[in-house]
Write a protein that binds this ligand. Structure first.
Ligand code: GDP
Ligand code: MG
Length: 302
């Protein structure tokens, strides 16, 4: 690198917040690329994922985390909370994301945790595009600003790209002068296998009813590149036998549509032609079984 690296900055930035506030959407819009899966349902993100943004002047390593939530009864839910909380301890900056005009007990619990850490915190008040009564935003913003010594408070819309440049600029100001940690063309720490499984899970989350998505997980059985084409086999694990026909749909229609949508996303992300095959299998109790979780890739790391 040349002399423009003199003031080069680099660091880890955790996106923290309760489920569904828009953490993964924010990551994708900051990166300008869809990397992390999103849906209307809470707890879409189960494992942390790095989104690395490298420019001439900085490398910001965003850590997308599962939403920190209450009532974590099952092993998978405890795992998600653990993952998000460990990110608080190991980053250079925290972006705490909440939803405009909605301050909940889960937000309060997260506030308590991050106010105990010494990491600088930026508060991002998301989904301002949804507000009908815009004049209620300012008092809400003032009220939130009092809750702890935030470095900055930004109203944003992750979905509509409102104020994201300003947010990113402020994040950069809080990073240390440092060489980049990752090669400039690397955008994530996750394998293509992991990303493929997540894309399939996103389509299932979006297409299935309220309950089922929490009972399934996806494993990539085969991932092979052959003659410029990716051959991918995905296994969808459900908890109970009677869930299998729901995922498959009438004459296989649901599985087909999940597969088609997932394939399109994969072709974009991997910039390659994709052959995708999906199967559904039953693994009873996987979501509440620590050992099954490990074998399905839910490992403690970071
Ligand atoms: P996460 O659980 O915090 O990662 O939340 P997601 O990124 O999965 O988003 C949850 C839902 O909120 C999705 O349906 C998003 O489209 C939606 N969403 C996220 N950001 C915004 C925003 O700025 N405005 C609006 N209107 N919706 C948003
Ligand atoms: Mg998410």
């Amino acid at each position: 690198m040349n002399n423009k690296t003199k003031d080069y900055r680099c660091g880890y930035v955790a996106l923290i917040g309760r489920p569904n506030v828009g953490k993964s959407t924010l990551l994708n819009h900051l990166l300008g690329q869809k990397l992390s899966i999103t849906s209307r349902k809470p707890q879409t993100t189960r494992q942390h994922l790095l989104g690395i943004k490298t420019t001439e002047t900085e490398q910001i390593i965003y850590v997308d985390t599962p939403g920190i939530h209450e009532n974590a009864n099952r092993a998978i839910n405890r795992y998600m909370n653990r993952t998000a909380i460990s990110a608080i301890e190991s980053v250079n900056v925290i972006v705490f994301i909440i939803e405009a005009l909605k301050w909940t007990s889960e937000d309060e619990a997260i506030l308590k945790r991050i106010s105990q850490s010494t990491v600088p915190v930026i508060l991002a008040i998301n989904k301002v595009d949804k507000l009908e009564e815009k004049n209620r935003l300012l008092p809400f913003l003032q009220e939130c600003s009092q809750k702890m010594a935030f470095n900055q408070v930004f109203p944003i819309s992750a979905l509509r790209d409102v104020n994201l440049n300003e947010l990113e600029h402020q994040v950069r100001e809080l990073l240390d002068v440092s060489e980049p940690s990752y090669p400039e063309d690397q955008i994530t720490d996750r394998s293509q296998r992991f990303l493929a499984a997540e894309i399939i899970r996103e389509k299932l989350m979006r297409q299935l009813g309220q309950e089922l998505p929490y009972d399934l997980t996806v494993e990539i059985e085969k991932f092979k590149e052959e003659k410029g084409c990716y051959h991918i086999n995905g296994l969808i694990w459900v908890e109970r036998l009677n869930q299998k026909p729901i995922v498959i749909g009438e004459k296989g229609s649901r599985l087909k549509s999940v597969g088609e949508q997932a394939r399109k996303d994969m072709e974009k992300l991997f910039d390659s032609k994709i052959y995708l095959e999906l199967w559904v299998k039953v693994k009873e109790g996987w979501a509440n079984d620590e050992r099954a979780l490990q074998s399905l890739g839910y490992k403690d790391e970071l």
